[in-house]
Design a protein around this ligand. Structure first.
Ligand SMILES: [Zn+2]
Length: 380
């Protein structure tokens, strides 16, 4: 409340100026009423009754070229406070005033569009922003808002169109965003059984962003559905080239391809390489399992013991204890192993490198800061 009271001070000051100005300019007929109402508003403000203060100031102000700025500031204040309905009412009232000039009217229209965005009234916001689009002074904000609307409505073709428009305006490159929008469109096309067009969009995604892991992932998934394991593995290997931290995330797909292609030696070799490159308990567990299957349990135990002597990790101790139980069947070791297994939980971990959002699920668009492609796996 103190923050709001502070935020209202400029409004109070502007209103005070207006009242004084009017008193000076006009006859004294209404000035007593204006002054007493103004001081009533100030009193509410001093007593931190901000809601009442806002109402008093709104009622006090007439709309003319001198007070329009105060009205617009109040509208923004309402919106920022989450009182979107009040902001909408204020801006709609302004729009109804015939005395409003053309430029001011466009500014109010833009504010009303922003209110609708905050209220989630996307259809109304869309029609307002489409109306405003032809006016260059509002084009940048209008393009950003329409891009946001079409993403929320999953209208990917339109979103691509506005992302490209945004790029052509004075704005930073939108390559990562465009790559993800093409991936979204590809997924929609896959659902409509248009694999050819889907693949064409995945190609465009990679053209916009060579590091678009998602494009190769969707391609690999398409090939896996068609049981084309060799091609699927090629796409997965491209992901390893792009960012090897993603290998643990899609590890099951890699292993499925190797197994289906009956390439056990290649699988062991691949796991040995990625295990040495990436610090991940998922990869170590997969390598130890493959090593045990192909070279025997003893080799796997030796590998884990060496790894533990270099840097002990709970995951490796837990795995080693399980392997020793299998090997010796010792009841005391089994008790220890059960306790370790209860403590250790294998999990994936992701972080947004923009806002720090922490999750156990891979989101291509950060649920917190709404940026695409900013979430990456954190291995341990
Ligand atoms: Zn984020």
């Amino acid at each position: 409340m103190v923050e709001l009271a502070l935020a209202l001070l400029p409004v109070a000051a502007a209103t005070g100026w207006y009242v004084a100005h009017k008193h000076y300019k006009n006859s004294t007929k209404h000035s007593t009423l204006d002054h007493s109402t103004y001081f009533q508003g100030l009193n509410h403000l001093i007593n931190e009754q901000s809601d009442k203060a806002v109402d008093v100031f709104v009622n006090l102000l007439e709309i003319d070229s001198e007070t329009i700025e105060v009205h617009l500031a109040l509208g923004t204040l309402f919106r920022k406070r989450g009182e979107v309905e009040k902001a909408i009412r204020l801006h709609q009232n302004l729009m109804a005033r015939p005395e409003l000039g053309h430029v001011v009217r466009l500014g109010v229209l833009n504010e009303l569009g922003m209110d609708y965005m905050h209220a989630g009234l996307l259809d109304r916001a869309e029609s307002l922003f489409l109306e405003l689009e032809q006016h260059p002074e509002h084009r940048l904000n209008v393009t950003k808002q329409l891009l946001s609307i079409y993403q929320q409505e999953k209208e990917w073709l339109k979103a691509i169109n506005y992302a490209r428009k945004l790029q052509s305006l004075d704005s930073p490159p939108q390559h990562v965003l465009l790559a993800h929008l093409h991936c979204e469109l590809a997924l929609m096309l896959i659902n409509s059984h248009d694999a050819k067009e889907a693949k064409s969009n995945l190609k465009k995604a990679l053209k916009y962003d060579q590091l678009c892991v998602r494009s190769n992932l969707i391609n690999a998934e398409i090939e896996l559905v068609n049981k084309k394991y060799k091609v699927a593995l090629e796409y997965l290997m491209s992901i390893k080239q792009q960012n090897n931290n993603f290998v643990p995330v899609f590890l099951e797909m890699f292993i499925l391809c190797f197994n289906q292609l009956k390439k056990q030696n290649e699988k062991l070799q691949f796991l040995a390489i990625v295990e040495s490159e990436i610090n991940s308990d998922l990869l170590t567990n997969a390598f130890v399992l493959a090593l045990s299957e192909q070279k025997g349990n003893e080799n796997a135990v030796v590998f884990l013991k060496n790894k533990l002597s270099e840097s002990p990790r709970l995951s490796d101790i837990t795995k080693l204890s399980s392997m020793l139980v299998d090997k010796r069947g010792d009841l005391e070791i089994k008790t220890l192993s059960d306790a370790l297994n209860a403590l250790y939980h294998q999990r994936l971990h992701f972080l947004c490198n923009r806002c720090g959002f922490d999750s156990e699920k891979l989101n291509w668009m950060c649920p917190s800061c709404k940026h695409w492609g900013t979430i990456t796996p954190v291995n341990n």
